[in-house]
Design a protein around this ligand. Structure first.
Ligand code: ACO
Length: 195
């Protein structure tokens, strides 16, 4: 997705992690006005990618916006292509994770109250799907969070996302739950302590 401003000026790495601290806007030597300008750019990226994600999933409203990111305590990984749109760069995908208090059933139908890190939103721009960008973004998040794919509950995975998880992480069997989160086989084995 292209923007009128220079994406490379805001997002320095190929994949940038953003949380409520809005780190990409806190650049060396920047004053309050400069921060606000970068914040506006970041919000536009998050809002427009969030909208496109909602549209791709057939949702009525965005679940990812700049404002929500600042308030909700989630972490958003943003992937860019620095060589697109001239020297300005373009945004390729977003992946949002965050902790949720969940009641999770195990294989024996015993309920556990947990607060695991969950996948909340995932979107790669239509022009870049099925080229490995989603895998790169997801792997980066797993490394950064120190987790394996089976340890992340997924909030209502779409058919494309289910196929993605099957193909790249061999996640197939699920443990039945009563909420919207999908828990895969392997969730309870070698699970790290909740954050
Ligand atoms: N149809 C079926 N499977 C697909 C499709 C598609 N159109 N696109 C990607 N996949 C799956 C397939 O398993 C595919 O492998 P294949 O091409 O051999 O069949 C694999 O993903 C490709 O892997 P990547 O290229 O690494 O993934 P991609 O960059 O396409 O990103 C993603 C995957 C994020 C699911 C992307 O397809 C997308 O944005 N889809 C629309 C939005 C969406 O459904 N997001 C998930 C919502 S649920 C949630 O966020 C909790």
């Amino acid at each position: 997705m292209e923007f009128s401003f220079n994406v490379n000026q805001l997002l320095k790495q190929e994949i940038t992690k953003v949380d409520s601290q809005l780190q990409p806007c806190r650049q060396n030597g920047i004053d309050r006005y400069g921060f606000q300008q970068l914040q506006r750019m970041l919000y536009e990226i998050v809002d427009r990618m969030g909208e496109a994600s909602a549209k791709a999933q057939g949702l009525r409203g965005s679940i990812t916006t700049g404002k929500k990111l600042e308030l909700a305590g989630h972490r958003l990984y943003i992937m860019k292509d620095s060589n697109s749109n001239g020297e300005k760069g373009a945004v390729v995908g977003i992946l949002k994770v965050g902790t949720k208090k969940l009641f999770v059933y195990d294989h024996s139908k015993v309920q556990h109250e947990l607060e695991p890190l969950c996948v909340l939103d995932f979107y790669v721009h239509e022009s870049r799907q099925r080229m490995g960008c989603g895998r790169k973004l997801f792997d980066h998040m797993l490394r950064n969070e120190g987790l394996s794919a089976q340890h992340l509950p997924i909030d209502r995975p779409s058919p494309k996302f289910s196929s993605f998880l099957k193909k790249h992480y061999n996640l197939r069997g699920t443990i039945p739950q009563v909420n919207n989160f999908v828990i895969f086989e392997g969730f309870f084995s070698r699970r790290p302590a909740d954050a």
